[in-house]
Design a protein around this ligand. Structure first.
Ligand SMILES: Cc1cc2nc3c(=O)[nH]c(=O)nc-3n(C[C@H](O)[C@H](O)[C@H](O)COP(=O)(O)O)c2cc1C
Length: 321
């Protein structure tokens, strides 16, 4: 196997001060400080997912992460978060070096964060919003395709089509997300013009992820076709198929309106599924890459495997018969 210590440098590794262009996605109910610190210590960029945390929890996660790693780490901040002012204040007070914003307008907070010396990245699912993010002053964009777990773009653009379009639209570095769980896929998106990858689903199946073991085991057991993009009338989200998702699908098939779907979803569904491990009634956010995940592995092993496989592929990119 090719040595994992081979040095690599591009705009993404330089921007974040990391060894490998591998970013662990911010994920509600999955990415607390243990996962973020483990990934950062392994040479990637670890990220705390603030979207499922109360302000005090975010503060504790940031402090624990700082104690567990001396390497750079990031916080993911979905801009629809109700107590966003408090989260922003915590990020500023704690001098978090890197923030990935998502699910909202990058114009709202980018200037405030940048004025504090923070590196800012925004998540988009189209070339149009990539350009808007660049105009808002972000340092890089994550281009997240249809395969991705969690909330997703309405246009259903696949990673394969999205990355070249975003690459063409902006000058800032592009980080590819959606469907990436192997080094060979990392190589493929770099060939398309990405300079790094944001990986979510693969990191759910690690001991360091804070989600429930039953959810992690369901991710490992999932095969082709076991996820589906749901709730397009509300906020599109890719879910593992289960009885709750089935009820949503039936309601959608019968033409349910937004209010009916919102009532069916109710409150706390994601926590019930991913944190409490209710595989029947919970919302289980995961990407198509679940079909490629066949073991729960330490986060550092995931980083090393991605990088080793990337290097092996770079040495011999095409399968030979
Ligand atoms: C369980 C789960 C929770 C997620 N939560 C968030 C979130 O809070 N904020 C966000 O910007 N993206 C979220 N995402 C999307 C990821 O950040 C990432 O872009 C996506 O997982 C990449 O695709 P992949 O799952 O195929 O690797 C979530 C994804 C998953 C699987």
């Amino acid at each position: 196997m090719t040595s994992s210590s081979t040095s690599f440098s591009n705009r993404i590794t330089a921007l974040f001060g990391i060894d490998y262009p591998i970013i662990q996605a911010g994920m509600i109910w999955a990415s607390g400080w243990e996962l973020a610190a483990a990934v950062s210590n392994a040479g990637g960029l670890g990220m705390i997912g603030a979207g499922s945390m109360y302000p005090q929890q975010l503060l504790e996660n940031i402090r624990n992460c700082k104690a567990a790693t001396s390497k750079p780490f990031a916080v993911n901040l979905p801009l629809l978060y109700p107590d966003i002012d408090q989260h922003i204040q915590t990020i500023l007070d704690e001098k978090v070096p890197i923030v990935f914003t998502s699910a909202g307008n990058p114009k709202t907070w980018t200037a405030t964060l940048k004025a504090a010396g923070i590196t800012v990245v925004h998540v988009v699912s189209s070339a149009k919003f990539a350009k808007k993010s660049e105009d808002a002053g972000v340092d890089a964009v994550v281009a997240e395709g249809f395969e991705a777990g969690g909330h997703n773009g309405r246009e259903e653009t696949t990673t394969l089509c999205l990355i070249p379009a975003v690459r063409e639209a902006v000058k800032i570095p592009v980080i590819a997300a959606g469907g990436i769980a192997t080094g060979r896929q990392l190589y493929a998106v770099m060939a398309l013009g990405a300079e790094g990858v944001q990986v979510g689903s693969r990191f759910v199946a690690t001991p360091e992820a804070s989600s429930h073991l039953a959810f992690k085991e369901a991710v490992v057991a999932a095969g082709e076709g076991d996820t589906i993009l749901s709730l397009k009338k509300l906020t599109p989200v890719r879910l593992l198929k289960n009885p709750f998702q089935q009820r949503v699908a039936e309601a959608e098939f019968q033409g349910a309106d937004e209010a009916t779907l919102a009532e069916l979803l109710g409150r706390g569904r994601a926590k019930l599924g991913m944190w409490e491990g209710d595989l029947t009634e919970g919302e289980l956010e995961i990407g198509q890459a679940a079909a490629l995940i066949d073991a729960i592995l330490p986060a550092a092993t995931v980083v090393q495997q991605l990088w080793n496989d990337f290097q092996e592929t770079a040495a011999q990119p095409f399968y030979q018969s």
